[in-house]
Design a protein around this ligand. Structure first.
Ligand code: SAM
Length: 195
């Protein structure tokens, strides 16, 4: 269905916000994000997973929702409007919208001297170079005991992603990083904890 058609139907309540995550993956994210204090999501789109994270994080937590939300055919980002309303429907903690790439958001986080984060969900640019930029920028900003969850990072029978750059970068670099321990896998999700 075309973006504009979906947007119209969503506005009148006939369509739901969309996500590429499965129910099992969202349950896995919820489990690891529960009670966390400083969370980041890279790649928001319609805000479906952002909403999950907001609903389970600590009531005093801050969630940084990072996405460039490029304008589309209508000269504005339909996804930004949908995400704002979807995520705003949950009343818990604070959400900071960071309208830029994951890489640039990491530069800003560091430049502003913000505290390390204790949960990050990376679901933005799934190319090899895109995930490399997010991982290089954000992995040093994860506190000990903090969790990193990566979507589209495994090529499995249930969620085939043959040749995806994010799958390759995860297996070649991320799961071998000595500072991190692999703690969970669910369909296309890989979850690691900083030692
Ligand atoms: C797969 S969607 C995210 C879906 C969302 N996490 C969910 O399942 O509900 C990918 C999003 O990443 C965004 N994106 C693309 N490149 C990005 C980058 N370099 N940094 C941050 N976000 C990016 C796109 O604009 C898009 O909204």
């Amino acid at each position: 269905m075309r973006v504009i058609t979906h947007f119209g139907l969503w506005l009148v309540g006939l369509e739901q916000a969309r996500t590429q995550t499965s129910a099992a993956e969202r349950a896995c994210l919820a489990k690891h994000a529960a009670g966390r204090q400083r969370l980041v999501e890279i790649g928001v789109w319609h805000g479906v997973t952002t909403r999950v994270l907001r609903s389970v994080m600590d009531p005093s937590a801050t969630l940084y929702a990072v996405d460039p939300f490029p304008p589309g055919q209508l000269k504005f980002s339909v996804q930004y409007l949908i995400a704002h309303r979807e995520v705003g429907a949950v009343r818990n903690g604070r959400v900071v919208w960071v309208r830029t790439t994951g890489e640039e958001a990491a530069h800003r986080h560091r430049a502003q001297g913000l505290a390390p984060v204790d949960f990050i969900f990376i679901d933005g640019d799934h190319s090899y170079e895109g995930l490399q930029a997010d991982w290089t920028g954000w992995s040093p900003l994860v506190a000990p005991g903090g969790v990193v969850a990566l979507h589209d990072s495994r090529d499995t029978k249930e969620s085939p992603r043959p040749g995806a750059g994010s799958v390759r970068y995860t297996s070649e670099v991320i799961v071998k990083a000595p500072a991190f321990e692999l703690i969970d896998e669910r369909e296309s999700l890989t979850v690691l904890c900083r030692r």
